[in-house]
Design a protein around this ligand. Sequence first.
Ligand code: B12
Length: 209
Amino acid sequence: MEGLLEELYTAILEGQRDVAKEMVELSLQEGLDPADVLDAMVKAMGEVGRLFEEGEYFVPEMLIAARAMKTGMEILKPRLVDADIQPVGKIIAGTVKGDLHDIGKNLVCMMLEGAGFQVVDLGTDVSPEAFVAAVNEHQPDFMAISALLTTTMPSMQSTIEALKMAGLRDHVKVLIGGAPINNAYAEKIGADGYAQDASRAVKLAKSLI
Ligand code: B12
């Protein structure tokens, strides 16, 4: 990587939103391939994930890097559509019914987008029926469900049950996460995977695609 793309990579890594935006604009003006621009951003987010796992970055650093990536993506997205670059996979995401916590879920969504996934974010307080409707509508590869309250955890199971009832359980892989969740709970309710943070959520999704 050199020149503008290297500057873009560094801007994302350091969470410099305005610089990232400018570098994407300049790269496209200079006629660089949108796929290479995306690649530089995805690599930067990959490095952000690595630094987080190493304990060098914490949630705030990850959030500002993801925001810089998001700003760059807003400019790049139409060009990717023009160039017909396919996403790695499609994910619908949401926080379960009764639960309004969305900081972690948003971070997971941003990191997944950073890794090249198309994410449809259903927001918070998402009922099992709304998840099922979204699977019908968007035909995603994954459903990412977040819960932060012990009282709303059971809604994850209800969502999986609702998928089964709708005959959609085999159509979508269910990933779950949130502070009170662990692997044992994922196994108990029949989810396809659990990850403890956004960086590992990306690895998990990539490993299951
Ligand atoms: C911020 C916060 C709030 C904010 C939420 C703002 C928002 N927009 O999200 C507000 C003030 C609204 C709030 C409200 C409440 N909260 Co609150 N809140 C928190 C707090 C302090 C931080 C949560 C957070 O954002 N963490 C940072 C993010 C980055 O971490 P994360 O969410 O865990 O996400 C990471 C991973 O879990 C994972 N992940 C998350 N989702 C997913 C999904 C998938 C698919 C995967 C793979 C991974 C994954 O990746 C994320 C990124 O690395 C926690 C304390 C804590 N330590 O968790 C309490 C906490 C969750 N809240 C708590 C409570 C009790 C409440 C209230 C009931 C308080 C009240 N009496 O009104 C209400 C409930 C409102 C509701 N109906 O949801 C309790 C829950 C206790 C329990 N055992 O259930 C906690 C633990 C605080 C405590 N120690 O008592 N809260």
